[in-house]
Design a protein around this ligand. Sequence first.
Ligand SMILES: Cc1cc2nc3c(=O)[nH]c(=O)nc-3n(C[C@H](O)[C@H](O)[C@H](O)COP(=O)(O)OP(=O)(O)OC[C@H]3O[C@@H](n4cnc5c(N)ncnc54)[C@H](O)[C@@H]3O)c2cc1C
Length: 424
Amino acid sequence: MTINAGQGARVIVVGGGFGGWYAAKRLARVLPAGCSITLVDRVPYLLYTPMLTEAAGRSVSSRHIVAPNRTLPSRVKFVRAEVRAIDTRARTVTLADGTSLAADHLLIALGSTTNYRGIDGAEQHSVSMKTLDDARRVMTVAQSNVERASKTADLAERKRLLSVVVAGGGYTGVETVAAINDLVHDTARRHGIAASELSVTLVEPSKRLMAEMPETLASYGNKQLERDGIRVLLGVGVQSVKSDALVLTNGETLATGLTVWDTGIVPSPLIAGLDCTRGKKGGIATDSTFRAEGLTNVWAIGDCAEIPKPYAEGKFFEPTAQNATREGPLAADNIAASMRGRKVKPFEYKQIGELAVLSRYAGVANVFGMQFKGFFGFLMWRGVYLMKMPGLTQKAAILLDWIKLLFGRQHVSMAEGRAADRAA
Ligand SMILES: Cc1cc2nc3c(=O)[nH]c(=O)nc-3n(C[C@H](O)[C@H](O)[C@H](O)COP(=O)(O)OP(=O)(O)OC[C@H]3O[C@@H](n4cnc5c(N)ncnc54)[C@H](O)[C@@H]3O)c2cc1C
């Protein structure tokens, strides 16, 4: 159906992450005047996930790795709400308070959630690494555990509090374990605890880390983690998780004060309930122009969609920010083109590479087929992600955080301060 621009078409973008945020920004430029653009999200910002582990490790402030939605063009109406349901035939979106929003074009960009792989206790007793709250929780628990360990006389409890386990050795798991390791070593030093008392473990069921990276970089990364004192267990999975320990598939039980879960993703839970065609991984099946299969004027992008690569038979675009930030603008162009009855274009982007930061001064990068590691890999990671961070204010704030880090991390417990204020 072609909607005449003069009819004032309503476009709703559901989810304001990498895909939805950049789509909304572009829609404001390409949609004819008279059309409305609504962006719905539960949070009022775009979370810059590539720096989430830096926030968890206290290398940057969590406030600096978000781009507020108020910086979007004024044409974009932002609705802060939890989406409860989407009717893909009527193109309506139902919010938590029961409000229903109707659209002529619906762009679904709800992202993904952590894949707990059905492992007993994993969801209840671990922290995932997906949201700003997750990063703050990891940071707070990691630091307060070290602080508590310094005060307890119970040796078994001290050992448990000084132990961290990260499940999942993809690049986010690797970055997470490296960031936590730096943080707990720094905190332990300030509490007079020897590094040899700390136990930081990375558990990965396959035979190598970072499957996304070339073998040479993955193996460099592995050695680098071990050099920094991290125990890397390959070919070992997690069988079950409790509040104070986890059991591995090799039978070993690890007492732990903090378990972080990083074993991949599944599409947003809302997608499972939608009336749509789903792909092999449970995402919305689309064609290469982002049109949801079998639906009219419903489009899907990002981690919640399964978008075929037009240049590689049987392959789909990976769930990455790199892809989602490019899918968003093209989805906007395609929505505008279809309103005008023009041709829509397929998404043909090829990833330029992958980067991972290992510790404060080491990283790995595979860019345009060229491999970098060590300090240069680290500089590339910082350079590329700083450049990609939306907003000059955020870029400046992050740069300042990194400079401040040269003088050490801030170790003031604001939570304890607030509790003392309340008690006074
Ligand atoms: C720690 C970490 C590090 C990463 N590092 C990189 C990296 O270095 N490079 C890279 O390319 N990719 C990276 N990624 C992957 C990247 O973040 C995702 O692929 C990307 O965010 C997908 O974009 P999206 O728009 O599909 O989803 P998201 O960016 O996740 O956005 C989804 C949005 O939908 C909102 N939402 C979800 N459900 C609801 C609901 N029911 N109601 C209202 N709002 C809702 C969420 O609040 C969110 O804003 C990383 C991911 C993580 C977790």
